[in-house]
Ligand binder design. Sequence first.
Ligand SMILES: [Zn+2]
Length: 149
Amino acid sequence: MNLTEIRVRALQAPRDNLRAFVTLTLDGTFVVRDVRIIEGPQGLFVAMPSRRATGRCAACAGHNHLRARYCNDCGARLPSTPMEEAEGVSPEARLHTDIVHPISREGREQLEAAVLAAYAAELDGGAESERRSPRCDGANPGRGASAEG
Ligand SMILES: [Zn+2]
């Protein structure tokens, strides 16, 4: 995997544990957006783009967020999902599914090291990055960082 470009947009006023949004270019041909740098209990880590996992309503087959108690479509009461009790995985993590992600430990470590290095470089050039870029292609306000639950 050849990361040809890593664009980091550090948040000026970090919310919660979110520190930065990252856009990756692979082999100069494939772009992955909405990668996030999160500050966790063990330090910084890289979160891949994810979507909320959904479950199907038994009554109408409508898709619902796993935490939903009632179906959004038909109002039927939904059972608590066994996924939430999966062993060794926090309920919070189980509620999201990565859309794009490395499939090997080596791939993950390589990607994480490269992204965190780019983030550190971005912080070093702090004065530079505080100027707002006139381009708006990286900004996506209102999505991605919304509070969950
Ligand atoms: Zn339903």
